[in-house]
Design a protein around this ligand. Structure first.
Ligand SMILES: C[S@@+](CC[C@H](N)C(=O)[O-])C[C@H]1O[C@@H](n2cnc3c(N)ncnc32)[C@H](O)[C@@H]1O
Length: 240
């Protein structure tokens, strides 16, 4: 499950996100027509952090979702390898103290955490960007406690080949154009369209999550499958 064909090294990916960091959240809101807020609410409910829980948000970017995972009474560690994205998130968190989110620079393929320490691990719009998503899923399993939860939020495919093909053409044509008007980095959004088209459909992603060692894998489509939220559990005793 490597993605060498997308032709970007991890350093290129980090630099690309450094370049869009300042306007990243604004562009998300515009390009998704505000739907990203709904998607993030669904993801937070799926993560379902309770008091005392520690959640790891992998490839957290500016930490837009991380704060929602931390409420109420839980803590969230937001990690990412783009220092630009982390820096925007840290500055924003500093304006709203006390922050229940800690920002950590880390590569998702080699997380700097001991085994089995998080109650839940989640990744939103990040798995697709990893050089090896299968290795990322295995690394997330390692740091989750037995019985702990995984929530993956990613772009999906629409039902039916024709509809999905029309949607892919729309993404390839419209995304970079809109992004170029709002950001100096339209190239990053051509990559976004390509990486969405190239990403496996929901059943195949579920199969790959299970292949990495997770159990009870299921998913829910949002906005007709534009986005899918996959949930799974690390094998082990289940604690409510
Ligand atoms: C599309 S952004 C998603 C950010 C955030 N999760 C959100 O929902 O807005 C993808 C993020 O993945 C990060 N990323 C890609 N590969 C990574 C890796 N190997 N380790 C850590 N972060 C990575 C990028 O730096 C970027 O911030």
């Amino acid at each position: 499950m490597t993605r060498a064909h997308l032709d970007k090294s991890p350093a290129d990916v980090a630099a690309m996100f450094d370049g869009v960091a300042g306007r990243y959240d604004l562009l998300n809101d515009v390009l998704s027509l505000g739907q990203d807020r709904l998607w993030r609410r669904v993801v937070a409910a799926a993560v379902g952090a309770g008091p005392g829980d520690t959640v790891l948000d992998v490839a957290a970017g500016t930490g837009t979702s991380s704060r929602t995972f931390a409420a109420p009474g839980a803590r969230c560690v937001a990690c990412d390898f783009s220092l630009g994205m982390l820096s925007v998130g840290k500055h924003r968190a500093a304006r709203r103290p006390p922050s229940p989110v800690s920002f950590v620079a880390a590569d998702a393929l080699c997380l700097p955490f001991p085994d089995s320490i998080f109650d839940a691990v989640t990744i939103s719009f990040g798995l697709r960007n990893l050089a090896d998503p299968g290795a990322g899923l295995a690394e997330m399993l390692r740091v989750t406690r037995p019985g702990g939860r995984l929530v993956v939020c990613e772009f999906g495919h629409l039902p039916g080949r024709r509809l999905d093909a029309i949607y892919s053409r729309y993404l390839a044509a419209a995304l970079p154009q809109v992004a170029r008007r709002l950001s100096a980095n339209g190239e990053a959004y051509s990559y976004l369209a390509e990486s969405i088209a190239d990403w496996p459909a929901q059943p195949e992603l579920a199969r790959r999550i299970a292949a990495a060692g997770w159990q009870a894998v299921r998913w829910r489509n949002l906005t007709m499958g534009v986005v899918a939220v996959h949930q799974a559990r690390r094998p082990g005793p289940h604690r409510p």
